[in-house]
Design a binder for this molecule. Structure first.
Ligand SMILES: CC(C)(COP(=O)(O)OP(=O)(O)OC[C@H]1O[C@@H](n2cnc3c(N)ncnc32)[C@H](O)[C@@H]1OP(=O)(O)O)[C@@H](O)C(=O)NCCC(=O)NCCS
Length: 177
C-alpha cells in the first residue's frame, strides 16, 4: 500500500492531491491542496513531522525524511515545505524548512535545519549543509552551495509558473485514474 500508518498516524491529504501509486508515504505527513507526489518518491514521517504546502510538487525519485528529537535538540528536525515549491527529480530533503516559490534542482541535497527563504533557486546537484540559511531572491549552486547571483524577474515569475504547470499536469493524471 502506498499510504501507510506509523504508530496509528496516517498521512492526510488535502483536496485534489495526486500521489503516484509507486510512491510511499508513511506516518505524520500532511499534504495541502493540489500537492503532487510523483513516481518512486519515498517520504517517511515517523520520528518527526512532515508538512507540504499547497501546489507543491515532489518529483520522481525524491527522498524526504526528518530527524528525531535528541537531548541537545528536543524538537528534532521536522521537514516543512511551503507553497508553490518545485522539488526536482531525485532530490533529498532532510529535516529542513523551505519557504514559498522555491525550485530545488535535480539531485540536490538539503540537510537538517537548513532554512530556505521565499523565491530561491538551488542548482541541480547542489548540497546545502546543515543549519545554513539561504536568503530569498537568490540563486545558490555548488557543493557546498554558495550564493551565485540575484534572481531576475523572469526567474522569480518562473517559480510560480513551474508550480502551476505541475498542478495542470497532476490534474490530467487524476483525470486518467
Ligand atoms: C541553477 C540554474 C538555474 C542556473 O542556470 P543559469 O542561468 O545557466 O545560471 P548562470 O549562468 O547564471 O550560472 C551561474 C554560475 O553557476 C554555475 N552553475 C549553473 N548551474 C550550476 C549547478 N547546477 N551546479 C553548479 N554550478 C552551476 C554556472 O556555471 C555559473 O558559473 P560561472 O559564473 O563560474 O560561469 C541551472 O543550471 C539549474 O541547475 N537548473 C535546475 C533545473 C532543474 O533541476 N529543474 C527541476 C526539474 S524540472
Amino acid at each position: 500500500m502506498t499510504i501507510r500508518a506509523y504508530k496509528g498516524i496516517l498521512p492526510t491529504l488535502g483536496k485534489a492531491v495526486y500521489v503516484d501509486e509507486s510512491a510511499v508515504l508513511v506516518g505524520d505527513i500532511t499534504l495541502a491542496d493540489d500537492v503532487s507526489i510523483w513516481p518512486l518518491v519515498a517520504a517517511r514521517g515517523d520520528v518527526n513531522i512532515m508538512r507540504i504546502g499547497a501546489r507543491t510538487n515532489i518529483q520522481d525519485g525524491c527522498v524526504l525524511h526528518l530527524s528525531r528529537p535528541s537531548p541537545g535538540k528536543p524538537e528534532g528536525s521536522a521537514l516543512i515545505i511551503g507553497e508553490d515549491v518545485t522539488v526536482g527529480h531525485k532530490v533529498m530533503l532532510h529535516g529542513c524548512t523551505l519557504g514559498n516559490r522555491i525550485l530545488i534542482g535535480m539531485g540536490a541535497i538539503v540537510m537538517d535545519d537548513v532554512i530556505v527563504e521565499d523565491d530561491v533557486i538551488i542548482g541541480a546537484g547542489s548540497l546545502v549543509p546543515p543549519g545554513k540559511r539561504l536568503q530569498g531572491g537568490y540563486l545558490y549552486v555548488g557543493s557546498p552551495a554558495k550564493q551565485a547571483r540575484p534572481l531576475n524577474e523572469a526567474e522569480i515569475a518562473f517559480l510560480s509558473e513551474s508550480a502551476a504547470n505541475y498542478v495542470v499536469l497532476k490534474d490530467e493524471y487524476l483525470a486518467e485514474a
